[in-house]
Ligand binder design. Structure first.
Ligand SMILES: [Zn+2]
Length: 387
């Protein structure tokens, strides 16, 4: 393995980039590292100066190349039982332990370690590095990055998102649309139900409707058997409302989500739900209390990834060493930033070292053998696509 991959990974893991904290110390370290190797980078900030994406191009600037994309933030370690310091890289039995090693500083370390070799090559097409913030909070950084990329005169031609797939090439994942619904009714004594608007009961009607939409998708599809489960799912996960049993509740809030297959539009499902609420529930609520309301507040949304298997880029990956292409390409249940990049016309696959089963957990690790495969993959990909 490239010695600097481990050295760089050690540096990256040393920055506590839990999503609630700033990632700037890590980003500045990466910027300095790239500067040192003669590569200039631009930062795309979050607007308040707390976090930033980094974007850099190695090779010609007047033509699109391969974008290697990774998120710099990681999930918290709170309440997890780690054997050692999660923010200090530890090597044991060919494995590298630390928060973010699998998800996904391992990939970023391999990409950065390749920079000196890339600089020395007569690249015909460039390699772009795109490192984001707040992926774990709903891909907020990548959304800004996509705006930035869309405005650029030359965009990347293809993209590899290095989320941990065991170096298998993944071409599809589900999308997600998560919302909070807030029902405002009218308080009354519970003996006088006709004088109030019961927010909990209205919320229950909307949740029952969500359940029916979920059941329809489960029974009637559309289906894609490469996913587990093979249909779009609907789920309500939180609810709160009411202050006492003898008071008609004025407010009720609940959180729900759609996880949609590629080809299923989650906005259409949300519209169906909102139409139901507007037509069947709101008029009767407002007859009793004109200020009664149902509000819809977005939580997280990211698009599905699909269609990458039909691109020449995917077909070209069959001949690249270090990666694994099974059948028509893998499909995974977790979301990535890939759907956003694919959505602006950059053919994108997901392929990175480590496994999602080892992410987000205590004693998260990436195996050295996975990092080696990733080194081989990036080197061969560049040889075949950029020289
Ligand atoms: Zn990740």
């Amino acid at each position: 393995m490239n010695f600097s991959t481990v050295e760089i990974l050690g540096n990256l893991v040393g920055f506590d980039t839990t999503s609630r904290s700033s990632n700037l110390a890590l980003i500045e370290w990466v910027r300095d590292y790239l500067d040192w190797h003669g590569v200039s980078s631009s930062l795309v900030g979050d607007g308040v100066g707390a976090k930033a994406n980094l974007y850099a191009t190695i090779g010609p600037e007047d033509i699109g190349g391969i974008m290697l994309s990774g998120h710099t933030d990681c999930v918290p370690v709170d309440g997890q039982d780690w054997s050692g310091d999660p923010f200090e890289l530890t090597a044991r039995d060919g494995r590298f332990f630390g928060r973010g090693t699998a998800d996904m500083k391992g990939f970023i370390a391999v990409a950065l370690a390749a920079v000196p070799a890339l600089k020395a090559m007569p690249l015909r097409r460039p390699v772009h590095l795109a490192f984001s913030y707040d992926e774990e909070l709903g891909m907020l950084g990548a959304q800004r990055l996509v705006e930035h990329l869309s405005a650029m005169p030359v965009r990347p031609q293809t993209c590899v998102v290095g989320e941990p797939t065991g170096m298998e090439v993944v071409v599809a994942h589900k999308g997600k649309l998560a919302m909070t619904c807030e029902v405002t009714g009218l308080e009354a004594h519970s003996a006088l139900t006709h004088k109030g608007v019961n927010a909990i009961e209205i919320a229950a009607e909307i949740i029952a409707r969500l359940r029916r939409i979920g059941a329809r998708l489960r029974l009637e599809g559309p289906f894609d058997n490469a996913f587990d489960p093979p249909y779009t799912t609907v789920h309500t996960g939180t609810i709160e409302g009411g202050i006492a049993l003898n008071v008609v509740p004025k407010t009720c809030r609940f959180g729900f989500e759609f996880r949609n297959l590629p080809g299923v539009n989650a906005d259409d499902l949300l519209s169906e739900l909102r139409d139901f609420a507007d037509r069947e529930l709101l008029p009767a609520m407002r007859e009793v209390h004109p200020q009664a309301d149902i509000r819809w507040l977005p939580l997280t949304t990211y698009p599905s990834l699909g269609g990458a298997d039909e691109t020449p880029f995917f077909r070209a990956l069959r001949g690249v060493c270090g990666c694994l292409v099974k059948g028509g390409g893998g499909k995974v249940s977790f979301g990535t930033e890939g759907g956003l990049f694919h959505g602006i016309g950059i053919p994108t696959v997901v392929c990175g070292p480590g496994f999602i089963e080892q992410a987000h957990k205590p004693d998260e690790f990436v195996a050295g053998s996975q990092l080696e495969l990733c080194e081989e993959f990036i080197a061969d990909l560049v040889r075949k696509q950029c020289l």
